[in-house]
Design a protein around this ligand. Structure first.
Ligand code: OAD
Length: 239
């Protein structure tokens, strides 16, 4: 493996991860064959309209995914990014579209979870937030102890605004490198960050098992599994 880049401590690195980085931990991606969207129609489980129509079905989908978190572990790809963050001290920002907690468990600290997280839910009326570990998941549709309305998973669904958009733009403007990992480049606005990075003069890199849709905006692309590529790449970057 080769890279054109040596990352210095003064550089600022921004990473975007998607489902691919957690695939080797045993979590299904969305759009690969046998991906999550193959057996669960997106409009039913990942839209506000779907939740209004059948909140029990939506909770069931996210409860299964929440319960899976206790059965999976971070993989070498997650750990390599934590190592890169350690090396760069504060000059680093990790944006993830993933709602699992594997980056955090691998030791990453500055994480912008732009699509929410499975560990959290909130009230559809008063917006009070709860940790899912404090919720009785035997109830079909848990309700808010403050106001009695339905709780919903703290996941950004299609048609909703992702979290941390201002922080993400600020990070991209500061960046010297932007690297996209394990994401198909099909979901906006995340798919557009490469374009923003290029327009800000940031060097762009990518690691993916297949060529993502926005491949043309990636200057240095590494084809392969992130759990195999990233540990080697991070070593080359920082040594
Ligand atoms: P996708 O399922 O669309 O894409 C996963 C990508 O990871 C594909 O390009 C795979 O080739 C690649 N991949 C698979 N295994 C890999 C591995 N071991 N190493 C590296 N790459 C691998 O998932 P995302 O792009 O993350 O949103 O999807 C984006 C958003 O769409 C998700 O956050 C989710 C979904 O709808 C919400 O649920 C809100």
């Amino acid at each position: 493996m080769k890279t054109n880049y040596h990352i210095k401590k003064e550089d600022f690195v921004v990473i975007l991860t998607g489902a691919g980085i957690s695939a080797e931990s045993g979590i299904k991606t969305f759009r690969d064959s046998d991906g999550l969207w193959e057996n669960h129609p997106v409009e039913k489980v990942a839209t506000p309209e779907g939740f209004r129509a059948d909140p029990k079905l939506v909770w069931q989908f996210y409860k299964e995914r929440y319960n899976q978190l206790s059965e999976v572990e971070p993989n070498p790809g997650h750990y390599a990014l934590a190592e890169l963050e350690d090396y760069l001290q504060g000059n680093f920002s990790l944006i993830t579209q993933n709602v699992d907690d594997l980056h955090r468990r691998a030791g990453s600290k500055k994480i912008l979870e732009m699509h929410g997280q499975l560990n959290s839910c909130f009230c559809t009326r008063c917006k009070k937030h709860y940790s899912v570990k404090d919720i009785d998941l035997n109830i079909d549709v848990p309700s808010c102890i403050a106001c009695g309305a339905d709780l919903r998973p703290d996941i950004v669904w299609f048609g909703e605004m992702p979290y941390f958009m201002d922080e993400i733009d600020e990070a991209l403007r500061k960046a010297t490198y932007f690297m996209t990992i394990g994401t198909s480049g099909q979901v906006y606005p995340a798919a557009q960050f490469l374009l923003f990075a290029r327009s800000y003069g940031v060097k762009t890199l990518g690691v993916n098992l297949t060529e993502p849709e926005n491949r043309s905006f990636i200057e240095e692309f590494h084809l392969g599994k992130s759990g195999e590529v990233l540990p080697k790449l991070v070593k080359l970057f920082i040594n």
